[in-house]
Design a protein around this ligand. Structure first.
Ligand SMILES: [Zn+2]
Length: 83
């Protein structure tokens, strides 16, 4: 990742794990993962949500994103915009 980023490439972390983001997230232009959806699928829905689980739920995904970004070292936090 360091070598590729060194060439100025805008890298995308496809299916990246949170531990990987903590280590090399600062080298990525973007990343995605279905980990949040899998996590939600095996848990009851968030308070006030009426669906079976939050596997396809924007508030759950945004909470996941907030937790992931909070775990990253401050000097590594990328400027990932929520779409
Ligand atoms: Zn939900």
């Amino acid at each position: 990742m360091t070598t590729l980023a060194g060439y100025g490439l805008r890298l995308h972390g496809f299916g990246f794990k949170t531990l990987g983001l903590e280590k090399v997230g600062h080298l990525l232009a973007s990343a995605d993962s279905l980990a949040w959806s899998t996590h939600a699928r095996h848990r009851p829905p968030m308070a006030g949500h009426t669906h079976k689980n939050c596997a396809n739920c924007l508030p759950y995904a945004l909470n996941w994103r907030t937790r992931v970004l909070a775990r990253m070292p401050a000097w590594q936090q990328p400027a990932l915009d929520a779409a």
